[in-house]
Design a protein. Sequence first.
Length: 87
Amino acid sequence: MPFCTIVEWDQTVSDQLAAMADADAPAPGLMVRIVGTDGSWTHVIELWESSDDARRFGEAAAPALAQSALRPPTRVTGFETAAASVR
């Protein structure tokens, strides 16, 4: 079942996230990643093939995030999706 994660910062960090991203090699199981800023908040919404894929990515990304200047996110949530549609 697809799994959605939402990671939010109460500051504008989309440029920092873009610099850290590897656009040529999406993480295994990642179906969609949306990054955007609305005023002073930055939001990352991801749709994964499974919660295990999201967990593995989080574990693999943790060391790079810890070494970056990016502060930890303000809010993180995840949930099994009841429906997901990607065109």
